[in-house]
Write a protein that binds this ligand. Structure first.
Ligand code: PLP
Length: 438
């Protein structure tokens, strides 16, 4: 049940175009055509991201990029990355992807041995927590805690719960970046992890990474940079001559950085990378067990069996797009995000939260306007747009990627119309909508 529905205490309505799918295993297999027809029918109410009206959730590099990713994925979907000794191809592609990413992030010794691929940003963040806990344990911390800004992704809390690390969240400053003084005051000998984002999801701003790294170093804690969103954009912004605050391995004191390839790397889903500055910290992430009758078990992250699909998809797409291709993707997407920001501020009653550093932005009611941005979102939803609602401040979130570029003018026209309609109205439903269980 989604938060939205939980909040209202009722079951979700069945989707309008939903078909009756049998909920039992058919005794006799069904014809392939019938199955695929039914899938097409089932997808009738899905967001059609191909129109560019879905912000976030889908990162589409265009038809050719999608085809390269798909074909590479399908070619290796049955191969199992659980054991690269059985599939050296996957071991090699994994190492290449890690090395390419490490090079982009100015790792001092970029190679295939400085990190791991995971299934996504959440798994990478979980691993940053696990690695920090292990280092803390080694120096005798039995009741570890992490200190992170309120803007850091919720997966850190999932990591805290999973690995027994208390989460202390520090409210962000007026510019929505991590509060250094409050972070410095909150860390102590129990602190095993401090984290910052480049940029954070909610407001799209980069935390003061060098200063946070220094705070972490002061208490021998790990410092993780969540660049799940920025890792495949910021390097290319810098190459384009755009101003970018320091965030990568050139900053002293960073322990690890996560970069999602399945976001702005435009690779098939299931692909993130976590990179470590030092080998000892990387080894803190892995799980080794030699007491099982099934044999020696070595596991770098949360999963056991892993399809080779995401690894092959990432390997192929990174090379197909290349640095110049990513610069171009970055250029057009940044331009689109900036047009949306300028266009939003031109709409009476609307404003952008803070000063976004790249291609993520949040739209709010302008101070003193009384405009309810959730009522504006209702109007956008009715026009087929998908944006997430978030809190603190109440705002609607747009992760702008290549697929949205052609739709910017339509979006601004609909935003303006939805804002006019919303004047004087307040949406009844105040629930926020990042993700749900159904
Ligand atoms: C900054 C940041 N970190 C982590 C994540 C989690 O990534 P995933 O959804 O791939 O698990 C996200 C997802 O949007 C994100 O924006």
């Amino acid at each position: 049940m989604s938060h939205e529905h939980e909040a209202q205490g009722r079951e979700p309505e069945p989707a309008a175009g939903a078909v009756e799918v049998p909920r039992v295993l058919p005794e006799v297999g069904r014809p392939r055509d019938a199955i695929f027809d039914e899938m097409t029918a089932l997808a009738a109410d899905d967001r059609d991201w191909r129109t560019g009206r879905t912000f976030g959730l889908v990162f589409d590099g265009g038809e050719d990029v999608r085809a390269v990713g798909r074909d590479a994925y399908v070619r290796f979907m049955s191969e199992n990355a659980l054991n690269p000794m059985a599939f050296p191809s996957l071991g090699r592609m994994h190492a290449d992807v890690v090395a390419m990413t490490a090079g982009l992030l100015h790792h001092p010794r970029p190679s295939g041995d400085v990190g791991f691929m995971t299934a996504g940003g959440t798994e990478s963040l979980l691993m940053s927590v696990k690695a920090a806990r292990e280092r803390g344990r080694a120096r005798g911390v039995s009741d570890p805690k992490m200190v992170i800004p309120t803007s850091a992704h919720a997966a850190f809390d999932k990591g805290g719960e999973s690995f027994g690390v208390e989460v202390v969240r520090i409210p962000v400053r007026g510019d929505f970046r991590a509060d250094l003084d409050a972070t410095a005051a909150a860390v102590d000998h129990r602190t095993v992890l401090v984290a910052g984002s480049a940029p954070g999801y909610p407001h799209g701003v980069i935390d003061p990474i060098p200063e946070l790294a220094a705070v972490a170093a002061g208490v021998d804690a790990n410092f993780h940079v969540d660049a799940c969103m920025g890792g495949m954009v910021l390097p290319f912004m810098e190459q384009l001559g755009e101003p970018v605050a320091p965030w990568d391995f050139r900053v002293p004191g960073i322990t690890s950085i996560s970069v999602d390839l399945h976001k702005y790397g435009y690779t098939p889903k299931g692909a993130s990378v976590i990179l470590y500055a030092e080998e000892a910290r990387r080894l803190d992430q892995v799980f080794l067990f030699d007491g099982w009758s099934g044999g020696f078990y070595a596991s770098p992250a949360m999963l056991g069996t892993r399809s080779g699909g995401p690894i092959a998809g990432a390997w192929a797409v990174l090379q197909y797009v290349g640095a110049s291709g990513y610069r171009e993707l970055t250029r057009v997407t940044l331009d689109a995000a900036r047009r949306i920001a300028v266009g939003t501020r031109a709409v009476d009653g609307l404003d952008v939260v803070g000063e976004p550093d790249m291609t993520l932005l949040a739209i709010r009611g302008a101070a003193g306007s009384g405009l309810d941005v959730f009522a504006v979102e209702d109007g956008l939803k009715a026009r087929g747009w998908h944006l997430d609602r978030q809190s603190d401040p109440e705002s609607i979130h747009a992760t702008v990627s290549r697929g949205n570029v052609a739709a910017v003018d339509d979006f601004l026209a609909d935003l303006s119309a939805a804002a006019s309609e919303a004047a004087g109205h307040r949406a009844d439903n105040r629930a926020t909508t990042y993700s749900s269980l159904d």
